[in-house]
Design a protein around this ligand. Sequence first.
Ligand code: FAD
Length: 325
Amino acid sequence: MKIAVAGAGIGGLTVAALLGQDGHDVAVFDQFDSPRPVGSGLVIQPVGQAVLAEIDALDEALKLGNSVYHMLGFEAEAGRPVLNVRYDNDGGPRFGLAIHRASLFTAIWNTVQRQGIALHQSAAVQSAKDGILTLQDGTEHGPFDLIIDAAGVTSPLSPLTSRPLPYGAIWGTVDWPETALPITQLSQCYRRADRMIGALPIGKMPNDAAQKAAIFWSLPRDKYDDWLASGLEKWKAEAVGLWPEFAPFATQITAPSQMTMARYSHGTLRKPYGTGLVHIGDAAHRASPQLGQGARRPDALRQVSQVTCRHLSSDERHFHTAISI
Ligand SMILES: Cc1cc2nc3c(=O)[nH]c(=O)nc-3n(C[C@H](O)[C@H](O)[C@H](O)COP(=O)(O)OP(=O)(O)OC[C@H]3O[C@@H](n4cnc5c(N)ncnc54)[C@H](O)[C@@H]3O)c2cc1C
């Protein structure tokens, strides 16, 4: 089949690789001028790791990323553990793959390139109808047997309206410092429900041998300007006051631009497909990253891609069944 994928993020590139492996003629369209990921680190759960293995991207992702076996979050004042989860209580092999987005992107992107899949850059998609993909500059591509919408949270192809969540977070990437915190653990500190600080050891970035950490600090979605206005030193003092172990991470932040504000929303498309069109990833379902499950969804893509290609144009119900699975 001739297939267009709108969006070259985690979901779009992964589904392109899976469909390319199945012998389909795939073209990917993204608005960016050159391939690049946005953001800091994330955790790929075991199901997501299985998909990376299937597209031959896991080895590279493992070399760059870092294995996390334990997630520990505790109250700042009482020191009481609130989140205390091990991937395998009896020392088994499962772990979360903590990785910088740039590293994950590199691993998946290299797979896509090895397969010779066409990528159209500076190609901001506007609409999809009857197998024709129309870009914002008015050019039309197609016809395609199938268009996959993987354009993320702001996809113009997705009818999803989602509910903004009251809290977001500022995120940054720093070197993993000299610290007593285990490098195999996601560590978080909370003050009631209104403050959360985290440090996630995410391994290396492409072309940089240093071990990195993704750090985050939760903020109400409309308080970013206030955070900027109150100054870095006040923020660092508050964070280190709550969690002294955060000090060697915080000292590496010397400019507000090192921290990026991310706002979240919740929502799920009840019917994530139309005739010849499928919505995947954040275009189909949005959730808070605190659940750590956003990027794992490509695990469903194997079944989706197979069933879609066999049946979608002729019978949408089969695809619906695949989604349910
Ligand atoms: C701060 C933060 C932390 C997170 N942590 C985790 C975690 O620990 N674990 C986890 O599993 N998930 C996490 N997530 C969620 C995860 O990042 C998303 O679920 C995942 O990136 C969704 O992939 P996607 O391919 O659907 O969209 P994206 O990765 O957002 O990719 C969308 C792509 O579409 C392109 N695009 C957008 N509009 C257009 C257009 N009009 N035309 C063409 N191209 C377009 C964009 O340039 C981009 O390349 C986190 C998210 C955030 C914000």
